[in-house]
Design a protein around this ligand. Sequence first.
Ligand code: SF4
Length: 98
Amino acid sequence: MTVQDEGLDDLEVWIDQDLCTGDGICVQYAPDVFELDIDGLAYVKSADDELLQDKGATTPVPLTLLNDVRDSAKDCPGDCIHVRRVSDRVEVYGPDAD
Ligand code: SF4
């Protein structure tokens, strides 16, 4: 059964580094998805552990880490973690979610 069959949409996440405080909460919650770089800011990582530093770079949210990524977005002091649907780019968790 695919993710779609279960009624769950594929999600992706990106960070607005302009607002990141560098506290590292996201890295504590989901170290497979987020990492602090030497500039002291958090970035998302690709599935093969590569830091994605392009502005607005996204990475898929693994279903197994969905709760951790969602909690990161909710508790992010900078309000700068954006989780959105891949299909229509609508934000589901983060400062621009309904
Ligand atoms: S939780 Fe938010 S503010 Fe803190 S390091 Fe992660 S992205 Fe930056």
